[in-house]
Design a protein around this ligand. Structure first.
Ligand SMILES: Cc1cc2nc3c(=O)[nH]c(=O)nc-3n(C[C@H](O)[C@H](O)[C@H](O)COP(=O)(O)O)c2cc1C
Length: 245
């Protein structure tokens, strides 16, 4: 059985169907996730239609999981439903601001993670796509998201067709600060990143990317300052367009 201890991201799926009954059962159970004021400030768009998956794929930089997965779920921070409810009940909603986006995004991401845990326990494979917030405008158009709805995460789901080895994690002492934050020193960084940097696959990564260090693969290739700044500009524009700024 899959648990948090043996889980991994799954990017290759078999052709086996993911039934609507199972999907709805898991999405329904995940509703028990805590949310702000129990308002459930999220919505999820389920994509099964292959034409639609084809259209979504470029927004995720054509990562093959989007077209190969049985189901693609787009999790959205949603203050629209609550706002419509309040307007229809003599309320005066004030959720067109950044705080409300953060609250709704928190609800949506927690809901997404609970769903992931339940799906993995059922034996399903999932892949979280952070690219959702890289190209949100296109996703909004394709999924017809109204104001006060913002896509924040995508999960591709299917029955696994691979068994990847579990990636490493940093030691607990590197992330846990007791009582107050202890800032990192050159020595503690050496100690905490020693295992990661000595893994054969990471050494190979450095070799093929022709960088000097593993960190440079992240800073100079995968998640570059210039890309981060350009994506941030688009993200802020989209939050404005959706009425959250
Ligand atoms: C914010 C975030 C963004 C991610 N984006 C992607 C992505 O775009 N493509 C992908 O294949 N995996 C993506 N992942 C999955 C990570 O690569 C994966 O969780 C990580 O490498 C650890 O591997 P594991 O989940 O197998 O333990 C993302 C995960 C998170 C939390």
């Amino acid at each position: 059985m899959k648990t948090i201890f043996n889980r991994t991201t799954i990017r290759k799926y078999s052709n086996r169907e993911v039934s609507d009954t199972l999907l709805k059962e898991l999405l329904s159970k995940a509703e028990l996730t805590p949310t702000m004021g129990n308002l459930q400030l999220y919505s999820v768009i389920a994509t099964r239609n292959s034409e639609m998956k084809q259209k979504l794929a470029p927004t995720h930089f054509n990562q093959p999981m989007v077209e190969n997965a049985a189901v693609v779920l787009t999790f959205c921070a949603d203050f629209n439903r609550t706002t419509v409810w309040a307007n229809n009940r003599k309320g005066t909603p004030g959720y067109d601001n950044f705080l409300s986006f953060l609250n709704a995004a928190t609800d949506a991401l927690l809901y997404c993670q609970t769903f992931t845990n339940l799906a993995e326990a059922e034996g399903l494979g999932t892949c979280f796509l952070g690219t959702t917030i890289y190209n949100p405008k296109q996703i909004i158009d394709l999924l017809k998201l109204p104001k006060l709805v913002m896509p924040v995460a995508t999960l591709t789901i299917g029955w696994p067709d691979e068994t990847p080895t579990q990636p490493d994690r940093l030691p607990l002492e590197s992330i846990l600060h007791e009582e107050t934050y202890t800032d990192y020193t050159a020595e503690s960084i050496d100690q905490y990143y020693k295992v990661k940097e000595s893994l054969e696959e990471n050494k190979h990564f450095v070799e093929i990317n022709k960088t000097e260090t593993l960190a440079q693969i992240y800073t100079d290739i995968r998640y570059k300052k210039s890309d981060n700044e350009a994506i941030s500009t688009g993200l802020l524009e989209t939050l404005k367009q959706q009425g959250f700024l």
